[in-house]
Design a protein around this ligand. Structure first.
Ligand SMILES: Nc1ncnc2c1ncn2[C@@H]1O[C@H](COP(=O)(O)OP(=O)(O)OP(=O)(O)O)[C@@H](O)[C@H]1O
Length: 232
């Protein structure tokens, strides 16, 4: 098992009160699985993703990645874990505006121990010919392709996608889903996709539904379809 969360709890507090808590989260994901995390706004989806990514710390419980418990790592060790194991894709791409496409990816490969060739990943996402362009010269879909290339170039075991198609129109969103499927099959990357779009869950191996910080559904998808067939 690549990812195992056991009894994970996380509270966000205001001055005196707990304003939100993620409660007793248990989940597992194998190498190469695609997992979708569904749930209404504020249910804790991004918080859960950030805990798996070592960005947020859990208050208690275990987050075991390849046998290592993230909750037992110090800050330096967790930074190293993040650099080498985690690729992140955001709704609004988060590319660095004053660096060209190639340089945006270089920022990520420069800090990882086992990066892929930048040309190879740019070619894989269909952006090699735009390598000298700047983010503002690209469409949203193209920027998301670059952000996938940036995440993948680190050669991470886990790809965390927070609403990766949330800012894109139907056609471009479908292209991005196809690309995530390609990455998953080529690199055997385990992919977590947080989304409001329940249709996306049809291309995943596992579907997790959160409500008010609790998992209310955790099912294996026995009717997985290819990204091409996902419709909404
Ligand atoms: N750093 C923080 N400090 C305090 N509260 C936080 C913090 N991060 C998240 N929260 C609260 O935790 C709750 C869950 O937030 P989270 O972003 O995980 O939900 P979500 O399901 O991803 O929502 P959305 O779909 O709107 O992005 C929210 O009520 C949010 O305000």
């Amino acid at each position: 098992m690549l990812v195992q969360l056991k009894n994970v709890n996380k509270n966000f507090k205001s001055m005196q009160n707990i304003v939100f808590s993620l409660n007793s989260i248990n989940l597992e994901a194998d190498k190469g699985e695609i997992v979708t995390i569904l749930g209404p706004s504020g249910s804790g989806k991004s918080t859960l993703l950030n805990i798996i990514g070592g960005i947020d710390r859990a208050d208690s419980g275990s987050i075991i990645i390849e046998g290592v418990d993230l909750n037992k790592l110090n800050d330096k060790e967790i930074t190293k874990y993040r650099r080498n194991n985690i690729g992140y894709i955001f709704q609004f791409y988060n590319l660095i505006p004053n660096l060209n496409i190639y340089e945006n990816i270089e920022v990520s490969t420069n800090i990882s121990e086992n990066p892929l060739k930048i040309e190879e990943v740019l070619d894989g996402v269909g952006m090699l010919d735009k390598r000298n362009k700047f983010p503002q010269e690209l469409s949203g879909g193209e920027q998301q392709r670059v952000s996938i290339a940036r995440a993948i170039a680190k050669n991470p075991k886990i790809l965390l996608c927070d609403e990766p198609t949330g800012a894109l129109d139907y056609k471009t969103a479908k292209e991005i889903l196809n690309l995530l499927e390609y990455v998953n099959s080529k690199y055997k990357t385990t992919i977590f996709i947080v989304t409001h779009n329940t249709a996306i869950s049809r291309m995943s191996d596992r579907i997790i539904r959160l409500r008010s910080g609790e998992i209310v559904e955790n099912i294996k998808n026995n009717n997985k379809i290819s990204a091409k067939g996902v419709e909404w």
